[in-house]
Design a protein around this ligand. Structure first.
Ligand SMILES: [Zn+2]
Length: 302
C-alpha cells in the first residue's frame, strides 16, 4: 500500500514537473509552415522587392543591445521599410519627426537626416497601406503626429494591442492617442498570424512591447524575409540568442527569449530566409551590398 501511494505521489510530481516545463517552453511559438501557407491565401501578385531607408541614428554601445557584449560603439539605425508591389507599395514602419528623435537622444545630439526623413514621409504619404512592427515612437510617430495624421490613419492598419498602448501608456507623451483619433485607424485583432496583403503575413509577437509583431514577406521571386522589428536590436541577439540589457525598456524577457530561440532555429532550418532587425545598421549595409534589400526609397505616385 505504501509503495502504491509513493508511486502515485511520484506520478503526480512527475506530471506537475512536466506541466511547468511545458508552460515555460510554450511562452511564445510560431509555425513557419503555417506562416508560409498564410502568405499564399490572399490572391494577387506578391511584392517584387523591399527597400530600407535609414533616417536617423542612435549612438549607443553594444552591451545595451546584447546582454554581456562589450561596451564598444554600435550604431543603431532608425529605419523604415518600403515593400514594393508592381502596382504600389506598402510601408512597414512610418518614421518619426525631429521632436520625437530628440526624445530618444535624451539630451545627446544624435544624427538626424532631414532629407531621408522627408523621403520616408513621402513614401508614407504615397503608400497604399501602412503597418508597424510595434508602437514605439521611432516606428510609429510618422502616422500619429503631423498635419496629415488623420488622412494617414485611414490607410494605417494598427493592432488592438498597439492602439491600447498608445491610448493608455505610450512610450512618450508625443505619441499618445485620443479615443477620437484612435477610431480613425483601421484596427485589427488577430490571434497568431494575419495575411494582410499578397505575400505578407503579420506574426503576433508580444514581448518588446505588447503590440509587437513580425512581418513575413514572400516576394514574387520566392525570396522570403522576416522583418522582426525590435525583437533584437542587433542580429547577434538572434545568432547568440541573447536578450537586450537596456534599463530604459521593459520587455517580457521570457517571450523575447523564446522568439530569439525560434529565429535562431530558423537560421538553421531555413537559412535562406532573410531576417531583418529594424536597427542593425551593419546588417542592413550587408543586405544592400548583396542585393537582398534596396538601399533607397522609390518615388511612387498615389
Ligand atoms: Zn525601435
Amino acid at each position: 500500500m505504501r509503495t502504491a501511494t509513493s508511486l502515485l505521489i511520484a506520478c503526480v510530481l512527475f506530471l506537475a514537473g512536466d506541466r511547468s516545463a511545458q508552460a515555460q517552453t510554450a511562452a511564445w511559438r510560431a509555425d513557419f509552415a503555417d506562416i508560409r501557407h498564410a502568405a499564399s491565401i490572399v490572391p494577387g501578385r506578391r511584392p517584387l522587392r523591399i527597400n530600407v531607408l535609414k533616417f536617423a541614428e542612435s549612438r549607443r554601445t553594444k552591451n545595451f543591445s546584447i546582454k554581456g557584449a562589450p561596451a564598444e560603439p554600435s550604431v543603431q539605425a532608425r529605419t523604415a521599410f518600403q515593400v514594393m508591389y508592381a502596382d504600389g507599395h506598402l510601408m512597414v514602419d512610418a518614421g518619426m519627426d525631429q521632436q520625437v528623435h530628440r526624445f530618444f537622444g535624451r539630451g545627446v545630439d544624435e544624427p538626424y537626416n532631414a532629407q531621408a526623413a522627408a523621403q520616408v514621409e513621402r513614401a508614407v504619404s504615397t503608400a497604399k497601406a501602412i503597418i508597424v512592427t510595434h508602437e514605439h515612437g521611432d516606428h510609429i510617430a510618422g502616422v500619429i503626429r503631423g498635419p496629415h495624421a488623420g488622412e494617414l490613419a485611414a490607410k494605417t492598419i494598427l493592432t488592438t494591442s498597439q492602439v491600447q498602448t498608445l491610448l493608455t501608456s505610450p512610450q512618450m507623451p508625443e505619441i499618445k492617442l485620443t479615443e477620437e483619433m484612435a477610431a480613425r485607424y483601421i484596427t485589427l485583432a488577430y490571434d497568431k498570424y494575419y495575411p494582410v496583403a499578397p505575400g505578407v503575413v503579420l506574426i503576433k509577437a508580444p514581448g518588446h512591447t505588447p503590440g509587437s509583431q513580425m512581418v513575413y514577406v514572400q516576394l514574387d521571386s520566392g525570396r522570403e524575409y522576416l522583418l522582426i522589428g525590435d525583437v533584437a536590436w542587433h542580429m547577434d541577439g538572434v545568432r547568440e540568442m541573447k536578450i537586450k540589457d537596456a534599463p530604459w525598456i521593459t520587455e517580457d524577457q521570457t517571450a523575447l527569449a523564446s522568439q530569439l530561440r525560434w529565429l535562431n532555429e530558423l537560421t538553421k532550418t531555413d537559412p535562406r530566409v532573410v531576417i531583418v532587425a529594424s536597427h542593425d545598421d551593419d546588417e542592413h549595409a550587408e543586405l544592400i551590398r548583396k542585393g537582398l534589400l534596396g538601399g533607397r526609397f522609390e518615388d511612387v505616385r498615389k
